[in-house]
Each structure stands twice: as C-alpha cells, then as structure tokens.
Design a binder for this molecule. Structure first.
Ligand code: ADP
Ligand code: ZN
Length: 429
C-alpha cells in the first residue's frame, strides 16, 4: 500500500513538529542566498512556529526572474548537480538548481506518489512527457526507476513510435498531459485502433496542465484505464508535490516536504481552511535553492477530513486553473476549466476545443470552437444544430455569458503534445 508508510501515515502532531523544525532550517538556509539574504536583512530569522511564516514576504515568479540566473541558490555552486527550468507558459522561464540530496528527495517523493496509485516493479512505464529542462520528463523518470519499473524515456510527441512501444513492450503505465492523451485517442481511432482494446495500459498518470474531473472520466472511459492526477511545478522541484491516491478524492500534498498556505490572490491575505484561493508553497527540505512562500498562482482549496487510504497529509482539490488563466468577459470571471467540464460531459463532443476572445465595437465576444465526433458530420444538419444549441445553453448556464459556439470536425484544431494553449485572447493583441 505505502512506499514510506511511517511518514505517509504520521500523526498530524508529528507532521507539524517536523514542519516547524524544517521551516526554521529553511529560513536560515535561504538567508544564505544573495536574493533572500538581502530581502531578510534585519529580520529575525528564528522561527516561533508555523504561523511565523507570515512575517516573510511572498515570492513571485517575477522575483525569480529578477534573481535570474542563480540569485536564490543557497549552496556552494560546487554542490549543485542539476538545473531545471519552468516551461515558460507565462513568460521567460525561471531556473531551479538542485544538489544531489535534492534530486534524491524529489525522486523519493515521486516514487511515493506513483506507488500510491499502484505502480510496481513489474510495470512498464512509458514517460510521454518532454525530457530536458522541463521537469515532467526526468522527474517522473527517476521516481519510476526507483520503484524498479522498466522506464521508457520516449518523451512527448512522435505518436507512431509511442504506439509501437505501447504495443511491442506491453506498456502498463503512461505519464502524459491530458491534452496529449485526448489527442492520442483521436489518432488511434483514425488509424482504426481501439484505445481500450489495443494495449495493456492500466494506469495513466496525468499532470502539467489543468483538466476537469469530466475529462478524467472521459479518458478513463475511452481507454478503459485508471487516470490519476499528479501536480507540481518546477519551482517546487516539479511533478510530485501533490499526488492522488487510489481513492481519487483529492491530491495528497506531501507536507513533510512543503508548507502550504492558501491566500486570496488579490489581497494576499491568508484564507481560512477549506476556502478556495491561491496556493502558496515553501520548500522544507531543499538545500540547493530553498524557496519561501512561493505564489504558485494555482487556484485550489484544502479538503476537510481524512482520506480513507490512511495517509494523513492533507488533500488539495484538483487545480481549477491559474489565477492568470482566468479571463473576464463582460465583467464575468471565467476559468477555462468551467467550459471544459461542460464540453466533456456532453455526448457528441470529441476531444479538443479552443476558446477565443475578441472585442467588437467595445463589446467582448467569447467563442468556443469544439471538435465534434465525425458521425455528426455525415448525419443531417438538424442534429448538428441541436447539439450547437444545446452546448450554447449549457455553457451560458455555467459561465453566465452566451458564447458563440462553432462545431468543427475532429482533428481540425491545433493539437498539443505538451502543455495545451486553450485560450486565445485577441483583445490584447
Ligand atoms: P510554467 O509555470 O512555466 O508552466 P512548470 O513547468 O513548472 O512551468 O509548470 C507548473 C505549472 O503547471 C503549475 O503551476 C500548474 O499551473 C500547472 N500544473 C502542473 N500540474 C498540474 C495538474 N496536475 N493540474 C493542473 N495544473 C497543473
Ligand atoms: Zn488518500
């Protein structure tokens, strides 16, 4: 059941005292870096408990950029063994530096998460995320190898080769982005292969971009597999910060490695337990580059109560989106994930969509382009019109704005093998 039972099921008191001890170490260590050294100058570094963290300023992605390339490194450079970078979804990428100890700990965390969803030594693990600077490749690679699985470091893209390996090596676990898995589903059908019958896949570990519960269910249905959510960001190592367990009811955030806060993204104030807001994380065990109160910009909340699996680390809800993903149309706040949920729950909708925002004569226009299953285009026009009308109504009900709905053939929207771009905002161009 557990990779590290003792720590995964430690009592809340034990976890709290571990966090206190490690937070104190982290603050002192961070102060050794040029960036935090300057920022913390004149501050009392001694910690009197976890709440004391609020005395320290938040760290933003811009702060990381300002300290480019290595202003937050707290270890002698000779001890650094690896560098990673964020994908740069929202601008210039930021760099993160690791010691050998950091890599080992990260590996252990990923192994813990993979084990929790049933990955074992006997598995064949096909890692369909990009290798290189992006953390989804090497991060999961090392964790799966630690468990003893056979790891295929194929990376993202090259779908025909993916299919060959899936078949020839009888891959049982894949690690993939939701948009690429949806795209794979399309390609397989085009090739006349059945996603649910052609392979031996049992588990997909999915992460790197927001996706809805409806998308997970749809993928589980198409491939007849179990799909588990894995969350992380390069500033906090990468994937493995929080992982679902077999119960699929929230992601356990590993509190022996991270101290989590939820803040109001606008005011920066701490929010009461259980309220939705922006996740802020502090590394508790990192040597090379400790990061204090990092604003992830990811919107989530903590679940109340214990998980039936026996793990005591608190669970976060799947990420609703990034605070900077949210867009405002006619004054209404909308997350792409709200639109995605409607689409993926509607029969007839295929696997890809695109949201476009424009402004005409001072008025915002929201259009959603949706790929529809091929058979709808051979049937009568009325069926298509009904579906279009139905989608428009359902979307209006959820997002409170009436969108233009355009139905397109499968495969006609830009496909993605990495992080998908779901929103094109022409208003800012
Ligand atoms: P970038 O911030 O440039 O995209 P990263 O590669 O570090 O760089 O990506 C981390 C981000 O990816 C997270 O902050 C989050 O927004 C998103 N992400 C990662 N895993 C998930 C997940 N399971 N669900 C939703 N979003 C995720
Ligand atoms: Zn659990």
């Amino acid at each position: 059941m557990f990779w590290e039972e003792k720590i995964e099921t430690a009592s809340r008191e034990k976890l709290k005292s571990l966090q206190e001890e490690r937070l104190a170490e982290t603050i002192e260590r961070a102060a050794k870096s040029p960036y935090y050294g300057k920022l913390f100058a004149g501050q009392r570094l001694k910690m009197r408990g976890l709440e004391d963290i609020r005395r320290f300023p938040l760290t933003s992605k811009d702060d990381l950029r300002a300290s480019y390339p290595s202003g937050m490194v707290a270890s002698p450079f000779g001890d650094i063994v690896r560098m990673h970078a964020s994908s740069g979804t929202t601008g210039k990428s930021t760099l993160v530096f690791h010691t050998i100890g950091d890599i080992e700990k990260w590996t252990g965390l990923v192994a813990r998460g993979l084990y929790a969803v049933g990955v074992r030594k006997s598995d064949v693990f096909q890692n369909m995320m990009s290798y290189g600077l992006f953390t989804g490749g090497l991060g999961l690679h090392y964790g799966a190898e630690k468990i003893g699985a056979l790891v295929i470091p194929i990376g993202a893209g090259n779908t025909q080769k993916q299919i060959d390996f899936l078949t020839d090596l009888k891959t049982t676990v894949i690690h993939i982005t939701p948009s690429y898995l949806l795209h794979m589903g399309c390609l397989l059908e085009e090739k006349g292969l059945s996603p649910s019958e052609s392979f031996d896949i049992k588990i997909a570990v999915m992460g790197a971009e927001p996706h809805s519960e409806a998308t997970r269910r749809k993928l589980e249905e198409i491939f007849k597999i179990k799909v588990y959510n894995c969350y992380g960001l390069s500033e906090m190592n990468g994937p493995g910060v929080a992982f679902e367990c077999e119960r699929q009811s929230g992601l356990h955030l590993w509190e022996d490695h991270y101290l989590a806060e939820i803040i109001d993204p606008v005011t920066g104030e701490a929010l009461p337990d259980g309220e939705e807001g922006e996740l802020v994380l502090t590394t508790l065990q990192r040597e090379g580059m400790p990061v204090v109160r990092y604003r992830t910009r990811d919107i989530t909340k903590f679940f109340k109560g214990k998980c039936a699996c026996g793990r005591t680390h608190r669970r976060i809800a799947r990420i609703k989106g990034r605070s900077d993903d949210m867009f405002i149309v006619k004054g209404v706040n909308i997350f792409p994930s709200q639109i995605e949920t409607v689409l993926m729950e509607t029969p007839g909708v295929d696997k890809n969509y695109l949201i476009e925002l424009d402004r005409k004569e001072g008025l915002d226009i929201l259009s959603v382009k949706i790929e529809i299953e091929r058979n709808y285009f051979t049937g009568d026009l009325k069926q298509l019109r009904n579906l279009q009308e139905d989608l428009r109504e359902k979307l209006r009900h959820v997002i409170l704005v009436t969108p233009f709905v355009e139905l397109v053939e499968p495969g006609s929207l830009p496909a993605s093998t990495g992080k998908a771009k779901r929103v094109v905002d022409k208003r800012r161009l």
